[in-house]
Ligand binder design. Structure first.
Ligand code: ADP
Ligand code: MG
Ligand code: MG
Length: 359
């Protein structure tokens, strides 16, 4: 009998559309010849307003690639599960293994992983801790620091510090300027896709960026800016994970912002990245250390800054549910390392089962 894979996609974050593209690619891979006899897909679509849909509606979204918006009229009776999976145990209980392919808050941050853990069904990817640590840039950087991984100078802040006291704020900005200088990057701690991130070059821009970032998250981070190449490594596995070859992102914009990430033709992937062998090995080693430092599982993409002038490698971040479309860096890195997309999806599901059985 086939293993029923609950493909969970869409979601409430700004990366809803990316999630749909990732899910389409994974669904295609599960239907590919080598997987079709092994797996059956049960798609679950989380709408932007948080409603869970099962049955024909998610099939339709997978078919068209277009989000289904709030209007319930287009969704025929019986296909709407409800606000959460709890209210509809029938469809949910048919799933043997979950494949959550949700990016950003509510999907990549441990919330869904907590729900799936409570349901006691195996799922692909990191658990609650690894997901939460990987999403929060402050917690992530503290874990990397503890592991001895080199990274840019940074300062952690809270919304309360930025917003509450007008006497404290100038001092805060003085401290940031003294510690990090310009340009620096102001970021909400718990987002992705460069949302809410600003590169600032003056006191005025710093103040505005802090105010903006505080609108996105309670926790903020400011980092010293580096001039560097951006390179990425894919990691696959549980307790004995392996690192892929290295890929590079190139673009013409000021930095790798939202528009550059998601506008067709604005960024290019270069695989493998032209790098000295010793640097590649150093990055692979650092990627595995970073994976362990946040307790990631299954998959993660680790992003680096390579300061070519000095030969320095700095870790930027880990992404525990990286983009997974046919053209995304994560599957492309494995394809160039000898693991095809359908094989990759198969391995991830087997890793989920392995992790669940070990506990
Ligand atoms: P996200 O999780 O949203 O991808 P990142 O921390 O990776 O956030 O930042 C997005 C992009 O902003 C990076 O890919 C890079 O182009 C630029 N960037 C971020 N931090 C720095 C920094 N400290 N120095 C130089 N560029 C940076
Ligand atoms: Mg990220
Ligand atoms: Mg990033």
């Amino acid at each position: 009998t086939k293993l029923r894979v609950g493909l969970l996609f869409g979601g409430r974050s700004g990366e809803h559309e990316v999630s749909i593209s990732s899910a389409r690619a994974i669904a295609k891979a599960l239907s590919a010849e080598q997987n079709a006899s092994k797996y059956e897909i049960l798609p679950f679509y989380i709408q932007k307003d948080g409603h869970w849909l099962a049955g024909e509606a998610p099939q339709k979204v997978l078919g068209t690639g277009m989000p289904l918006l709030e209007s319930q009229e287009s969704i025929s009776e019986g296909h709407l599960i409800a606000q959460s999976p709890w209210q509809s145990p029938s469809q949910v209980s048919e799933v043997d293994v979950w494949f959550p392919i949700l990016h950003g808050p509510n999907g990549e941050d441990g919330t869904i992983q907590g729900l799936l853990t409570l349901m006691q069904v195996p799922f692909v990817g990191s658990g609650v801790l690894g997901s939460a640590m990987g999403m929060d840039k402050i917690a992530m950087k503290m874990a990397f620091e503890q592991a001895g991984l080199p990274q840019v100078k940074y300062k952690a802040l809270t919304r309360a510090q930025v917003w509450s006291n007008p006497c404290v704020f100038p001092k805060l900005c003085d401290e940031i300027e003294a510690a990090l200088g310009y340009p620096c990057f102001v970021k909400p701690a718990n987002l992705g896709s460069s949302v809410g991130i600003a590169k600032v070059r003056s006191r005025q821009e710093l103040e505005a960026a802090l105010d903006q970032a505080a609108g996105y998250d309670r926790r903020l981070i400011v980092e010293a800016g580096v001039v560097a190449r951006e390179v990425e490594c894919a990691v696959l596995g549980n307790d004995q994970p392996k690192a892929s070859i290295i890929g590079e992102i190139t673009y013409d914009s000021d930095f790798y912002d939202y528009e550059t990430k998601y506008t067709e033709g604005r960024a290019d992937l270069l695989i493998p990245a032209p790098l000295p062998d010793a640097i590649v090995r150093q990055m692979q080693d650092m990627a595995l250390q970073a994976f362990a430092a946040v307790d990631a599982a299954g998959l993660a993409r680790i992003d680096f800054f390579y300061v070519e002038a000095t030969g320095e490698v700095l870790i930027n971040e880990i992404n525990t549910l990286p983009g997974f479309t046919a053209t995304s860096m994560y599957p492309q890195l494995w394809a160039h390392s000898g693991i095809s997309f359908p094989e990759l999806v198969d391995q991830l599901i087997q890793l989920a089962l392995e992790r669940h059985s070990i506990g």
